[in-house]
Design a protein around this ligand. Structure first.
Ligand code: GDP
Length: 459
């Protein structure tokens, strides 16, 4: 799809606020001409692409700033349009003045994500790659950065695109059969079609499965810490965070009615959620606290149940585990305060449910905390993560893949039951439609608005 945009857009590309430098970006057919009209230095219109020029931004006779102009001549730019990046001094006043001046000379203020939208519309990126740009900017852990980078580099979209093209060929062969419906001909070899669809369904199934991990990587893995009062939950939280307290501990879009901190283990962010102690409810407010804890536990990706080895009987421990540990959620039983145990004391033995681990620690003395961390990682990420692993991290992709899978299952059923060409064609088309939504072969204005409006301005 190639669409040329008429107007030239401008926005600050670096973060808002005072900085050493600010980068203002212009993109569009007039980008170089407009930049040149406010620039005192070389004639930018006569310079080669990918060159940088020193000079002054002039508002009439007044020097606004000393700048560097970076030139990118279409189509060799991010948007495939003419692009100029002006590196100026990072004062709000200077930046605002330059942008206003550029608008006076014919540019228009860019909307959120408009540069990347142009890159998409001009065929520089497909839709899932464009979305990866936003993910990359938002990435706050190594794993999130890797997943976004993988997607930006084509990741699964190249693979899906190739399969989609093969499917398109089959769809047209089957459509051809419709023209000869009187004659009972079969242009599309059903066995080959079945094989192809089967292959696509397998790949899609794997991608769908990868969402759980992909989403966890992007959003952080919910890790609830629960246990009775004084079991040492807060101390454990602090011990876990001790050296690895995340620099960015606030992830937007989270409700923070419980204490939540971000812990990075092996490049993955875990959101540690400390909860009100269970079983301490003596009044209504406390009851609400316990209720909330139970709710948090039901939504967590992994549960850390902490107990005080010196204070809890085997019976109580068994009762707590029975109440809190559910088969669907990986749980780690953390036997705490082992530093207080006499060396000869036998630890209590209880029957652990399947899939539950027990680790003995001292939160206060920070003993075996690393062991616990690795266990948390293993129980949630398992062995699945590698740098070239393709992961779905985007709910829009997940939904499109699920719908594609459904349509393709119908195709497989249709082939099996030797259904008529028109039904087969319909299901294939449906599958193609949803598959196309991921890479943007099929788009609507609403979809694009929805995606790009979430970007920041200047990207
Ligand atoms: P919470 O109510 O579960 O959050 O428990 P706290 O973390 O506030 O701990 C309760 C008490 O137990 C505090 O006095 C802690 O210092 C103490 N504590 C916690 N962990 C340990 C530990 O591993 N060893 C010892 N000796 N004391 C601990």
């Amino acid at each position: 799809m190639t669409q040329h945009q008429e107007d030239t857009i401008v926005a600050l590309a670096t973060a808002n606020g005072v900085g050493a430098i600010g980068v203002i970006r212009l993109s569009g057919p007039q980008a170089i001409t407009i930049a040149n009209s406010v620039f005192k230095g070389k004639d930018l219109r006569k310079q080669a692409s990918h060159t940088i020029h020193f000079g002054h931004i002039m508002d009439g006779d007044v020097i606004l700033d000393e700048v560097l102009m970076s030139l990118f001549v279409a189509p060799k730019s991010y948007t495939r349009e003419n692009v100029v990046e002006i590196s100026c001094h990072g004062s709000n006043y200077i930046i605002e003045s330059i942008i206003k001046l550029l608008i006076k000379h014919g540019a228009r203020a860019a909307r959120a994500g408009e540069f990347t939208m142009r890159a998409f519309l001009n065929g520089q990126l497909d839709l899932s790659q464009a979305e990866a740009v936003a993910d990359l900017i938002a990435a706050n852990s190594k794993a999130a950065q890797q997943a976004a980078m993988q997607q930006l580099r084509g990741g699964f979209s190249n693979q899906l695109q190739a399969l989609r093209e093969q499917l398109v060929t089959f769809a047209s062969l089957i459509e051809l059969e419709l023209d000869f419906s009187e004659e009972d001909v079969e242009f599309a070899n059903r066995e080959q079609l079945r094989k192809l669809v089967h292959e696509i369904v397998l790949i899609i199934g794997k991608l769908i499965q990868s969402f759980e991990l992909g989403n966890a990587i992007k959003q952080g893995v919910n890790t609830v810490i629960a246990g009775r009062p004084n079991a040492g939950k807060s101390t454990l939280l602090n011990a876990l965070l001790n050296e690895d307290r995340a620099i960015v501990s606030h992830i937007p879009g989270t409700t923070r009615d419980t204490i939540e901190e971000v812990l990075n283990i092996n490049g993955i962010n875990f959101r540690l959620i400390d909860t009100a102690g269970i079983r301490e409810a003596t009044d209504t407010i406390e009851q609400i606290g316990v209720q909330k804890t139970m709710e948090k536990i039901s939504q967590t990706a992994v549960l850390l149940y902490v107990y005080d080895v010196n204070a809890l009987s085997a019976t109580d421990l068994t009762a707590d585990i029975a109440e809190l540990v559910k088969p669907s959620i990986p749980a780690i039983i953390v036997a705490n305060k082992t530093d207080l145990l006499a060396p000869t004391a036998a630890t209590i033995q209880v029957q652990l449910p399947d899939g539950t681990d027990l680790v003995q620690v001292s939160a206060k003395e920070k003993q075996h905390i690393d062991e616990l961390k690795q266990l948390i990682y293993q129980r949630t990420v398992k062995g699945q993560l590698s740098a070239d692993e393709t992961l779905i991290t985007n709910i829009r992709h997940l939904e499109a893949l699920q719908k594609t899978e459904q349509a393709l299952m119908h195709v497989l059923e249709g082939i099996q039951t030797q259904t008529t060409s028109d039904f087969l064609a319909m299901d294939i088309k449906q599958g193609l439609h949803y598959l196309g939504e991921i890479t943007g072969t099929v788009t609507t204005d609403d979809l694009l608005d929805n995606i790009f409006s979430k970007f920041c301005i200047g990207k």
